[in-house]
Ligand binder design. Structure first.
Ligand SMILES: *Cc1c(COP(=O)(O)O)cnc(C)c1O
Length: 443
């Protein structure tokens, strides 16, 4: 399989998967996309009952011709061997299943993709390569997932930039708790400042190559590919269960995905494009209305982000929109079975408060946006089975959730272990020159 930049419209500059994984972003500023999407049927996955097994079959065409092709099975088993429960929710709103993506080491869905990317990059590394520094700007969850994935990996060091005071206390603790080859810098500024600093330093190509810098941001192809695998796994599980209840009658599940930078939800849309049984796809965003406004018929207009309770989705100009538009080029994206809905903070609070009574669930603020969309769909008359995606464990956002539900949220063991470790971060001014100076100082 060859890969192109979304901006290489005449497809003149093919790159290999391995080059695309190592580079992150294309040199023209575009995002890497595969030359075509393979087609699949449910029967193609016969006998594949675990996420690693499903992922290996799904991703084989994408890895054709890669130096990693023969190791794909091992990569999937190493990176994707995380619990992936599909929970049947109480039938107050018809048939709703919950896809829990938060059972990895940092309790958010980004663990799947970060671990997969790390497993690939570790295998692409040559013995005599210099120590690589993975630079990552985070609004809270990406940094932890990338840190956990590269922690104690020989040949790699992770430098995390996060906005001081603008991530949850537990997120901040987690970012500084790894130690060893992971270094946390708390920046006196916003997430946008952190991202700008990382981009500026990486855009200085001689500097980036001299210091062996690389990135692991959410637009990396190595993060998009594994995210498709859990949607295939879920679609297969529900299709197989549906057939045993009522052969041929069951409609494919309608999917509701908490959405920010559009990496997770794009993966779902691609799974449906590849022929697997998913119904309409609904993006649940917070008060950042770029996607809801676009799907309501307005021109696409990226804008500055606004801060909300669902902070990992505070994105005003979702990077992956460019990829979504590329995959649906020549078609009207607004008539492609994709919808977007904005949810404000007051409604997020209301859904968290009502969660235990209505659904017997504690919701994280991001998942709460999707719960609201589920309820709107039912009120609007949708009767299809629904698949609701949970992106983080509520214990990660205890400062929001606990005052609303009035009791402590039990902490999952992996997160608890990180929170029990000492934490350390260094202050940094919000400036690319300061970041370069700190990198040169070394650790
Ligand atoms: C990153 C994140 C999101 C948004 O995912 P995108 O792929 O950026 O759309 C949603 N929920 C949580 C908990 C996250 O960490």
């Amino acid at each position: 399989m060859r890969y192109y930049s979304t901006r290489d419209t005449r497809q003149e500059w093919p790159v290999t998967l391995d080059a695309a994984l190592a580079a992150g972003l294309a040199s023209d500023g575009g995002l890497f996309v595969p030359e075509r999407l393979p087609r699949f049927k449910v029967a193609d996955f016969a006998g594949a009952d675990t996420l690693p097994a499903v992922a290996e079959r799904l991703l084989a065409p994408f890895f054709a011709g890669s130096a990693l092709a023969s190791q794909l099975g091992a990569i999937c088993r190493e990176a994707l061997d995380l619990p992936l429960p599909i929970v049947r929710l109480p039938r107050i709103h018809g048939d709703v299943s919950l896809l829990e993506l938060f059972h990895g080491p940092t309790a958010a869905f980004k663990d799947f993709a970060a671990r997969f990317l790390a497993a690939c990059l570790a295998r692409l590394r040559r013995r005599d390569d210099p120590l690589k520094t993975v630079l990552v700007a985070t609004s809270g969850d990406t940094g932890g997932a990338v840190a956990a994935a590269f922690h104690q990996r020989p040949g790699f060091r992770v430098v995390i930039l996060y906005p001081d005071g603008r991530v949850s206390k537990r997120q901040a603790h987690q970012l500084g708790a790894f130690g060893d080859n992971v270094h946390a810098l708390r920046v006196a500024g916003s997430f946008d400042d952190c991202q700008r600093m990382v981009k500026e330093v990486l855009a200085d190509r001689p500097y980036a190559s001299q210091h062996a810098l690389t990135s692991a941001n959410s637009i990396s192809l190595g993060r998009l590919l594994p995210q498709m695998a859990y949607y295939v796994y879920a679609a297969l599980r529900l299709a197989r269960a549906g057939q045993s209840h009522s052969p041929m009658l069951e409609a494919p599940p309608v999917l509701v995905v908490p959405t920010g930078n559009l990496g997770n939800a794009l993966a779902a849309a691609l799974v449906r494009e590849m022929g697997l049984p998913l119904g309409a796809i609904h993006f649940a965003t917070n008060a950042n209305r770029t996607l809801p406004d676009y799907f309501a018929g307005h021109e696409y207009r990226g804008r500055a982000s606004v801060a909300t309770l669902a902070n990992a989705m505070d994105v005003g100009d979702p990077s992956n929109f460019e990829r979504l538009a590329w995959f649906f080029r020549g078609r009207d994206l607004r008539h492609a079975g994709i919808h977007a809905h904005g949810v404000d903070d007051a409604t997020i609070r209301a859904r968290i408060v009502a969660g235990e009574g209505d659904w017997q669930q504690l919701w994280c603020p991001h998942t709460a946006c999707a719960v609201e969309v589920v309820e709107r769909l039912r009120v609007g008359g949708c009767q299809d089975p629904l698949l609701l995606v949970a992106t983080a464990h509520p214990a990660k956002f205890d400062e929001v959730v606990e005052p609303l539900v009035g009791h402590p949220v039990p902490v999952p063991p992996a997160l608890g272990a990180l929170l029990a470790r000492p934490t350390h971060s260094e202050p940094l001014t919000a400036d690319a020159v300061a970041l370069k100076a700190r990198l040169e100082q070394g650790w």
